[in-house]
Write a protein that binds this ligand. Structure first.
Ligand code: FE
Ligand code: FE
Length: 210
């Protein structure tokens, strides 16, 4: 699926992406800038195609999370196969089905604002998925790997919750009523999934302790 995804080099304002291609002025080799407080406080220079307004930022955010949801459709089945708890397997299977709907809702969001659905690589989600894969590789199959899978999955859900919460807030300000409705529906499902994972984690850890 990744091969069919359209990516662009357009910069989002998220921290990870903002770093790419950005030059940070250094005080040591630039005597004129001695008053700079160093790299950490330097103002980032925006790219030529940087988001100009909230509408742009909203669309960039939609592209980002659409990439992320599609990447999850590839990653979640692997987590399901590696899980041993029947409850955890069921929860992941159910969330794969929900994730398919999340993709459709995002496509509908684009349509509702008169734009073509596009994806833009989400570095944060790529990292979270990679972390999940390494956790599976570093644990023995069973309750411990299950605990690792749950922790990785919850980090993913929290990222999604933060993203959908922000995008819903943007949609509200921008008065995109249809998009707002769709984003809130998905946000609710991400939160429910996170709660379910918490309850499975509690059961899993308790049974391990017994
Ligand atoms: Fe999702
Ligand atoms: Fe999710």
């Amino acid at each position: 699926m990744a091969t069919t995804m359209k990516t662009s080099t357009k910069t989002s304002t998220t921290g990870a992406k903002a770093e790419a291609g950005v030059k940070v002025s250094s005080t040591s080799n630039n005597p004129k800038k001695e008053t700079d407080k160093g790299a950490t406080t330097a103002k980032l220079k925006a790219k030529a195609d940087a988001a100009k307004d909230l509408q742009d930022l909203f669309e960039d955010g939609l592209k980002d999370i659409l990439w992320a949801e599609k990447a999850l459709l590839k990653a979640l089945p692997k987590m399901e196969k590696n899980a041993t708890s029947a409850k955890l397997k069921r929860a992941i299977t159910q969330h794969i089905q929900e994730t398919e709907v999340h993709v459709q809702r995002l496509e509908a969001c684009f349509e509702s604002i008169g734009k073509k659905a596009k994806t833009e690589k989400c570095d944060a989600m790529e990292g979270l998925i990679e972390e999940g894969e390494s956790i599976m590789g570093e644990t023995q199959s069973g309750p411990v790997r299950d605990a690792g899978i749950i922790s990785a999955a919850q980090k993913v859900e929290h990222y999604e919750i933060a993203t959908y919460g922000t995008l819903a807030a943007f949609a509200k300000v921008l008065e995109h009523e249809e998009a707002l409705k769709l984003l809130l529906q998905t946000l609710k499902e991400e939160k429910k999934c996170d709660e379910l994972l918490t309850s499975i984690a509690d059961t899993n850890l308790n049974s391990k302790a017994e």
